[in-house]
Design a protein around this ligand. Structure first.
Ligand code: BGC
Length: 745
């Protein structure tokens, strides 16, 4: 197959038609030119291959297969190796099932705990989402299967997901909502992206030239093709002109007629259509070239992998000593999820699992009572009494709780952050009679924990896939040492969340008014009490960090610096540490989060073992997005490099001097302040001279008034707009005009 040659031979009608699918899951074939149709399927934490009637809501049947942990769980592993193993297993399965592209990973940001699809998304932090996503994409694609990063972009809620507009400023878009996609494009080299249903600042993603062409193709230099989310097409021809390639699902109504007409009447340039067709042909060519018709899948091995990965993802949030359980202790399992685990969310990612594995069937012989009815929120007095009685009779009651499936689904957001009342009542009642109560939590997103101080231990298994029950038993009994850390903050209550006043928006518009202060960037800046902070996770062993050193004491933003730290397993069990590196800008002219995660690494250590871990930091570790130059920008100054076990547990730090090498260029007006001019290449020279002379003029005064007043004078001066210098008699109107003209020249 030679895409360029095929393109030349295609008629205009064929080209227009080729840009929409054949049916729910296939691209069109062009038989006369030897171009096959290829299949794509939902996932991404399993393979949802539909052989019968297709749907994008998780309703109709798909093949029976293995369900791995969902993205919210995977992110907590903080382990690129987990993503690699998962991506390779799924790639192999896609080859065996003749599927060319798996629709995922989901890279939207967990802006609010209420988003119904949070379980499909990695984190509140774009760096974690991008790193985990890129590792997955690389692994999947190493098996010759295309990834499709979705939903590009700002699809962070389900309310009005198909018609609403996410309105946000440029800096927030670039620092929070795009970097995960950027990582998956640049580092993961994803072969495809799925554009989101929603609009960004009023322009639908399916026809958003800024997103699909200016940023994706030109700035990020990607040749990935873009497919619509299923049914996201608005104006088809405008879509092609903006950089959209494939419309899905296909079928009788997706004929390409609109594209054809637009080319004929001159409103769409045929060259834009050719670009789209060429990108699609290259994708099909790649699929053909990388096809492995002999690939086989060993589903038993996949199940064993699902169990191993689920254990890597769980987060031990609290442990006052009840865990790990000992074989000789009397234990009871309480709560319906011990018997019927919650292991995945509802909607298009739903995997058809023949037999999800429960904790009850794994730990045979442990007494069990149901405790609550997961289909109701009301306490059932009989179930509650049985459970309390059982809890009194054992050393350790383990309660399996969490969000019922109807709470977490594609297409609907949650309307509160609580567990069902019957579960909260059960946990409080049991904790009141047994101080060793352990809670195992299932769900894709944080919940309020009103009983937290009453229970001894809390293990969050998120939505851990079909083997979650087995993995939970492995963790409870210490066969596996918990090593997950939270990729999101667990606030005390919903009202504390920064998006609270602006979720899910009104009249179809959601304003991201919290800006860049999403998740820990907000809670930590405000030093707010939370249940569990970002990055938190306990282990049955403990880790010590020492000897943080930087390869250089100062760099320019064109250089990289290596930070090296020693981490030691100071306990008596093998375990895995998640070494987290944060960067803090000591002083800044703009609002910045208190600290931001810029690197992490998971390290396995035997008892007593130490290892050195190194991280390379480049410009992006210090930069913020500066709208004045429409680019990432580093302000010169001191930055603190911090190593922690969470965003609030910093163990060592070092200071680094970074010199920014970009000078901002922006239009100067009469209203530009002296402070702003300091960022202007010519302005700072002129202002430097002016500050010098004015400081001298005030010398006598400041001498008598002290240091504080000097600062006051300086800051007053920074706020003075150029125009006011005329009123103060420091410039004539003519001189001001000339100054502005020369600054802008
Ligand atoms: C979802 C996508 C999914 C597609 C196909 C859409 O409704 O938003 O994530 O891949 O359907 O099922």
């Amino acid at each position: 197959m030679n895409p360029q040659e095929i393109l030349k031979q295609m008629t205009l009608e064929e080209k227009a038609a080729f840009c929409s699918g054949r049916d729910f899951w296939h691209t069109k074939a062009i038989e006369r030119l030897g171009v096959p149709g290829v299949m794509m399927c939902d996932g991404p934490h399993g393979l949802r291959k539909q052989e019968g009637e297709g749907d994008h809501l998780g309703i109709n049947k798909s093949i029976e297969t293995v369900c791995y942990p969902s993205a919210a769980a995977l992110a907590s592993s903080f382990d690129r190796e987990v993503m690699r193993q998962l991506g390779e297993a799924l790639g192999q399965e896609c080859q065996a099932e003749n599927v060319a592209m798996l629709l995922g990973p989901g890279l939207n940001i967990k802006r609010s705990p209420l988003c119904g699809r949070n379980f499909e998304y990695f984190s509140e932090d774009p760096y974690v989402a991008g790193e985990m996503g890129a590792a997955y994409v690389q692994a999947l694609q190493s098996k010759g299967i295309a990834a499709c990063a979705k939903h590009f972009a700002c699809n962070d809620q389900e309310t009005l997901r198909m018609s609403g507009s996410s309105n946000l400023d440029e800096r927030t878009l670039r620092e929070i909502y795009l970097p995960a996609f950027e990582a998956v494009v640049k580092k993961g080299k994803t072969r495809s992206l799925m554009c989101a249903y929603n609009a960004i600042n009023g322009v639908f993603c399916a026809e958003n030239k800024m997103l699909l062409t200016d940023i994706l193709r030109e700035e990020w230099q990607s040749d990935a093709f873009v497919v619509t989310d299923w049914g996201a097409v608005k104006d088809r021809a405008k879509g092609v002109a903006s950089g959209l390639d494939l419309e899905m699902p296909g079928g009788p109504n997706a004929t390409g007629e609109e594209i054809l007409q637009a080319v004929k009447d001159g409103t769409l340039d045929e060259k834009d259509l050719d670009q789209a067709v060429l990108r699609l042909l290259k994708f099909v060519q790649d699929c053909v070239q990388q096809r492995q018709p002999d690939a086989r899948i060993d589903r038993d091995a996949c199940r064993a992998l699902a169990r191993k990965l689920a254990a890597e993802c769980a987060v031990l949030m609290k442990n006052d000593g009840a865990l790990p359980l000992q074989e000789n202790q009397s234990v009871a399992f309480i709560g319906e999820f011990a018997e019927k685990p919650r292991y995945q969310g509802a909607g298009s990612s739903h995997i058809n699992v023949p037999h999800p594995v429960s904790a009850c069937e794994t730990a045979k012989g442990i007494p069990y009572v149901r405790g609550y009815d997961s289909h109701s929120e009301q306490t059932d007095a009989v179930l509650l009494t049985q459970a309390v009685e059982m809890a009194k009779s054992v050393e350790i009651p383990v309660i399996f709780a969490g969000l019922p499936e109807v709470f977490e689904t594609e297409g609907a957001d949650r309307d509160h952050m609580r567990l069902p009342d019957n579960q909260n009542e059960l946990i409080a009642a049991i904790a009141a009679v047994n101080p060793n109560t352990v809670v195992v939590l299932h769900g894709g997103s944080p919940v309020e924990l009103p009983w937290l101080s009453l229970v001894n231990a809390l293990l969050c298994v998120y939505l851990g896939g079909e083997q979650v029950g087995a993995a939970t038993v492995d963790l409870l009994y210490g066969k596996v040492n918990p090593s997950g850390h939270l990729a999101e903050t667990w606030p005390l209550r919903l009202q504390d969340n920064p998006s609270f006043l602006n979720f899910p928006g009104e009249e179809g518009v959601v304003t991201y008014a919290e800006g860049i202060f999403v998740g820990y960037r907000y809670y930590d800046k405000k030093e707010m009490p939370v249940n569990f902070c970002f990055g938190h996770g306990l282990s049955y062993t403990k880790f010590e960090y020492s000897d943080l050193r930087l390869e250089k004491a100062s760099i320019t933003d064109q250089e990289t610096v290596t930070a090296t730290v020693t981490v030691k397993n100071a306990g008596d069990r093998p375990g895995k540490a998640v070494v987290q590196l944060y960067v803090r800008d000591k002083e800044s002219m703009v609002r910045r989060p208190f600290r931001e995660l810029k690197a992490f690494e998971k390290v396995a250590l035997q008892p007593g073992e130490s290892r050195e871990v190194s991280f390379a930091l480049d410009k992006r570790a210090f930069a913020y997005w500066e709208p004045k130059c429409h680019d990432f920008y580093v302000e010169s100054g001191e930055f603190v490099i911090e190593i922690g076990e969470s965003s609030r547990d910093i163990r060592c730090q070092q200071t680094l001097q970074v010199e920014g090498t970009t000078l901002l260029s922006f239009a100067v007006t009469e209203n530009t302040t002296i402070g702003q001019l300091l960022k202007h290449p010519k302005g700072r020279v002129i202002i430097g001279q002016m500050i010098g002379s004015s400081a001298m003029a005030h010398e006598d005064q400041t001498d008598s008034m002290g240091e504080g007043s000097e600062r006051m004078m300086q800051s007053m001066m920074m706020g003075i707009p150029l125009g006011a210098l005329v009123s103060y008699g420091r410039l004539t109107p003519e001189k001001l005009k000339a100054l502005i003209a020369s600054l802008n020249s």
